[in-house]
Write a protein that binds this ligand. Structure first.
Ligand SMILES: [Fe+2]
Ligand SMILES: [Fe+2]
Length: 322
């Protein structure tokens, strides 16, 4: 893997910096179009999807696009920004100066991304997002408390570096699918504003993924066997949840049925078929395989303890170089 030095990444960040004011928000969202590449939406890989009319499919797709906005606001605002803010404040961690500089930019960019997805969400559905950034994605109180606790000890709960890598590399794959969809599906074009926001996000995330490599080397490599074992368990649990359609996806189809009451008798089947994707290799091949997260998988290969993710957590992971 070609991991660039931190000062090069910093230079590139300065050269490619953009403001969200450069986005043409005035054009609004086109509700006649899909918001997210259809191939990446879980319901489109279930049998029941064939029963949906084109309008119902579009409604589902747009709701899914909203949930993705929420996912990014969550990952950036509640997860990465909290952790990086702690790293910045805790001088006792004794981070190298170039890593500190890189984290400053990283933090600014994540704050910008949160604002970008928040603005997109409010423009799409002002009523739904008037008071909260979250509608489909709801974190339990215990989970939120754990997240807050964890973000105060990023040197101990180091699995956050692995999650950052996995999440951030996915954003690059999302935009790859935007490009692919627009090329292969001229019959169902994607909304230009959604496409633009995901493109700009990807531009920063390409660098963030590189920074994540450095973070793993600094934070994870410092830990001893006991801390590693604990972090592996936490990582496996989180990856297991992240890679399978769960509550957020069930709320999306509930909202779909609210908007399209004709589908009410099919709601339980939709939910059952979505849950069944948890053990579907084809679905993980599309969403979580070496093909769409090559750097994450290559780095898993380098750490023998990560090979245990193969099979039960990551259905398509076959460690290399073993
Ligand atoms: Fe981001
Ligand atoms: Fe990022």
């Amino acid at each position: 893997m070609n991991v660039l030095p931190l000062d090069t990444l910093k230079r590139r960040a300065d050269q490619n910096a953009y403001s969200i004011e450069q986005i043409d928000w005035s054009r609004g969202v086109d509700f006649g179009r899909l918001f997210f590449p259809e191939h990446l939406t879980p319901l489109s890989h279930t049998a029941v999807y064939a029963e949906l009319t084109p309008d119902e499919r579009r409604t589902y797709n747009q709701l899914y696009g909203l949930a993705i906005n929420e996912q990014f606001i969550f990952l950036e605002d509640r997860f990465l920004v909290r952790i990086v803010s702690t790293l910045r404040a805790r001088t006792s961690l004794d981070l190298p100066a170039d890593l500190r500089d890189a984290l400053e930019v990283f933090l600014d960019e994540e704050v910008k991304h949160t604002e970008m997805f928040r603005r997109l969400a409010r423009l799409t559905d002002p009523e739904r997002y008037a008071r909260s950034d979250y509608s489909f994605l709801r974190l339990g109180r215990v989970e939120d408390a754990f997240l807050a606790f964890m973000s105060r000890r990023p040197d101990l709960f180091v699995f956050w570096c692995w999650l950052a890598l996995a999440f951030e590399e996915k954003t690059i794959d999302y935009y790859r699918h935007y490009q692919r969809h627009n090329k292969e599906r001229p019959d169902a074009p994607l909304d230009p504003l959604y496409t633009d926001v995901h493109r700009l996000h990807m531009l920063d995330e390409v660098r963030h993924v590189q920074i994540d490599h450095h973070l793993i080397k600094v934070f994870y490599d410092r830990t001893g066997p006991l801390v590693r074992a604990m972090n592996f368990r936490l990582l496996a649990r989180t990856m297991n949840a992240y890679t399978r359609p769960r509550r957020t996806n069930l709320r999306i189809v509930e909202e779909l049925v609210r908007r399209c009451p004709r589908l009410a008798p099919r709601l339980e089947d939709m939910k059952t078929q979505l849950r069944a994707l948890a053990t579907c290799r084809d679905w993980q091949e599309i969403t979580y395989s070496r093909k769409n997260a090559p750097q994450t998988f290559a780095l898993f290969d380098e750490y023998p303890e990560m090979h245990a993710l193969a099979g039960s957590v990551l259905l398509c992971y076959e460690p290399r170089g073993v």
